[in-house]
Design a protein around this ligand. Structure first.
Ligand code: CAA
Length: 404
């Protein structure tokens, strides 16, 4: 992996267009945390299967009065507090764990944040790929109207049935970021490698809270999609492997990214051993190891961890690989901007993780929503969250949100 910087830190603008990308980025998570040591103890297995084997330590759990909307709004509030609303004319809300079959979760966030009415708001869905899909749409909007900004939110609660292989990879988090021209953090280059294949590796029917997954098959599907997206990226003008300084993968569990990087280095003709791949990716793991899978938000949390790491990465290229089961994937590259450090908030981010309330195994089971969606048109939630926003319950089928 090269540690050199690109000659032009704003490399990436398509010919004749203004560079665009990420100006600011923030995250939020659930109220509770659950250490996988409790799960391993209950299952009477070595915790290192989780800590080392899959590379996860704790997972975030949402309180009864939290969901993708409250987490998304909390993350987006940070972006709005720091940047204001001027120029934002689009809000894209990406999620796998949507809360309504019709209405975009983004509209609830729009209301909670009192955003101007002159905004288009939609939800994107393609499993974990939805956030990168939204980013690409945002870049298209900014390319057409460089004075406009797009607020993107990626928010998910990842739930599997208890006593399944996916259980230790559950989690919850939201990321919000602002896409605009001449960004301060990341300018995204125009080349894109895309790949779609209809595979049944992970899915969630409408009546279920929990995803169904063919675990081992999904790992293979992820790796095949990576090779497909990479080769398409290279065929469409993408830079070579050695020109990319850092790699940021979708992390359903952090070890998945290691498997992916080993596979990509084989494909690129410069194979790395597992340990070397793990070392190369280590700066991207810090947040996801603590939060668990957050589907659409996971890749951005990997990026945020890289930004907050001790590495000095101004002017360097980051390769992103997004995988959404089902399956859609994409590879693209961005360049870290010279003043990115002005936007770093590592201490604030650690404080968000530390503020979570740890729970034991019985509390975890009580918080788990179970397999089936409860067909209730009226209920009230108990007050548990310390987030600025609450999911208050359902009234005649309408979800009710409020400020805490
Ligand atoms: N110490 C250290 N390592 C240990 C260990 C110990 N005591 N015990 C086991 N391990 C290692 C194993 O050797 C194995 O390592 P390798 O993968 O390097 O071979 C690793 O721990 C995992 O062990 P298993 O393969 O036995 O684990 P499993 O079968 O119980 O579960 C899984 C693995 C199937 C991937 C499971 O986590 C799962 O179903 N996850 C959900 C699906 C998923 O995340 N798929 C990823 C691709 S799909 C996607 O990316 C979209 C998405 O977000 C869902």
């Amino acid at each position: 992996m090269s540690t050199e910087t690109t000659e032009n830190p704003q490399a990436g603008a398509a010919h004749g267009t203004v560079p665009s990308g990420i100006q600011d980025i923030a995250f939020a998570t659930g109220h509770y945390s659950f250490d996988l040591a409790h799960l391993a103890e209950k299952q009477d297995i070595d915790v290192n299967k989780y800590y080392i084997g899959i590379g996860q330590e704790t997972m975030s759990l949402t309180a009864e009065d939290e969901d993708t909307v409250t987490m998304g709004a909390a993350a987006a509030q940070r972006i709005i507090d720091r940047n204001g609303t001027e120029g934002i004319r689009t809000l894209l809300f990406a999620t796998e764990s949507g809360i309504d079959q019709s209405k975009s979760a983004g509209v609830y966030v729009h209301g909670l944040l009192n955003l101007p009415r002159e905004v288009r708001t939609i939800e994107t869905k393609m499993a974990c790929y939805g956030g990168i899909g939204a980013l690409q749409m945002a870049l298209g909007i900014v390319a057409r109207n460089p004075e406009e900004k797009v607020l993107v939110i990626a928010s998910d609660v990842a739930r599997y049935d208890v006593d399944t292989s996916g259980e230790p990879t559950q989690g919850a988090a939201a990321v919000a970021f602002l896409v605009q021209a001449n960004p301060d953090i990341l300018a995204i280059e125009p080349a894109q490698g895309v790949y779609t294949l209809d595979v049944q590796d992970f899915w969630r029917p409408n009546h279920r809270n929990t995803a169904l997954v063919d675990g081992k098959f999904s790992v293979g599907a992820y790796l095949d999609a990576l090779v497909g997206a990479w080769n398409d990226y290279r065929a469409h003008g993408g830079v070579g492997f050695d020109d990319i300084n850092w790699f940021c993968y979708h992390q359903p569990f952090t070890k998945m990214a290691v498997k992916a990087h080993v596979r990509l280095t084989e494909e690129a003709g410069t194979p790395l051993e597992k340990a070397e791949a793990a070392a190369a990716l280590a700066p991207t793991f810090g947040y996801n190891k603590q939060l668990g899978n957050s589907y659409t938000a996971s890749i951005f949390l990997g990026f945020l961890a890289l930004l907050d790491s001790d590495e000095e990465i101004a002017g360097q290229r980051v390769g992103f690989f997004s995988y959404g089961s089902g399956a859609v994937s994409e590879f693209f590259v961005g360049v870290i901007q010279p003043d990115y450090r002005d936007h770093l908030r590592a201490e604030e981010h650690q404080a968000i993780l530390d503020a979570r309330e740890p729970v034991d195994y019985d509390q975890y089971r009580a918080l788990h929503p179970g397999t089936m969606v409860q067909p209730l048109d009226n209920y009230k939630t108990q007050r548990q969250t310390e987030s600025p926003f609450r999911f208050e319950g359902v009234d005649e089928g309408s979800r009710i949100y409020g400020k805490s």
